[in-house]
Design a protein around this ligand. Sequence first.
Ligand code: TXA
Ligand code: MG
Length: 320
Amino acid sequence: MQTIIGKDLNEAKILLQRNEVVGIPTETVYGLAANALNSEAVLKIFTVKERPHFDPLIVHTHAIGEIEKYVSEFPAKARMLLEAFSPGPLTVLLKKTAVIPDLVTSGLDTVAMRIPKQELSLQLLRQLDFPLAAPSANPFGYISPTSAAHVYHQLNGKIPYILDGGSCQVGVESTIVGFENNQVIVYRLGGLSLEDLERVAGTVIVNSISSSNPVSPGLLKSHYAPRTPFRLVTASEAASLNLQKNSAVIGFNEWLPGVPKDQQFLLSEKGNLNEAAKNLFAVMRQLDQMQLDEIVAVEFPEIGLGKAINDRLQRAAAKH
Ligand code: TXA
Ligand code: MG
């Protein structure tokens, strides 16, 4: 199978209607999309991604009114958050109806729903009469793709089409939240900051640290991992870093003294955490292709998207 990259909405639409799998852009990362209401189409996602069936998928739609079709309960806080942050990098876990195949949710009684903020994909979703199940478009466990070229690089020959929406504006996956007794629980830190969530929903509980969280199986301790040995250090450890020659450092905005500049990759020289998140996965991929002996990342400030960045860096380091 030849994989084509293009901006042809109609082509993407026809393929999806035929139950094929298509790479789609979102503001967070690229997704590997198929008709969420058709088990045969959904099965192809798992096959292409080499994803274990115990790891459920996110279902994408274009409006809150669409989400209502697929869920049996709509807690007030879920509605508040969706109204405040959709389209956007927010995924809500809600009790599902029987319309959603069990394969999509890995047998769980909740379905993960989100409205992506990406114009091409929103147009596509509006033109389809079914929602799209889509995990990040990377082989299971590897770094998520933030451009069409990233998807092509890894899935060339396995899917017919990648809809090219340019590079992702947010750069880390959506924040996943669930609802229990009027309480918001965060299962994955992501592109919507905790500060923003709490401004609308009040105090939230963060439950994403567990090493193998059965509620959100994608939150395995090791995930988003490059193949190159990967180490995460604190800012104070970085000050006296013992660095091998053939290695590189990922940092936020400050050059480390004593480390050659060509070995340092700053994610936002001007010190903007949103910009750093946008650049994170592209830089990790770039470094992973350089045959280095080691990649060292320096912890980010624990505010705003810095929390989600640190979460990804910890999981990347956990494998090594
Ligand atoms: O930003 C994103 O969320 C991207 C774009 C493509 O939308 N998607 C994404 O999908 O990151 P994926 O499959 O790589 O991660 C989805 C996560 C997994 O960790 C999965 O375990 C969790 O969502 N998940 C999905 N459905 C769930 C459910 N019903 N209950 C708990 N966790 C769920
Ligand atoms: Mg993923």
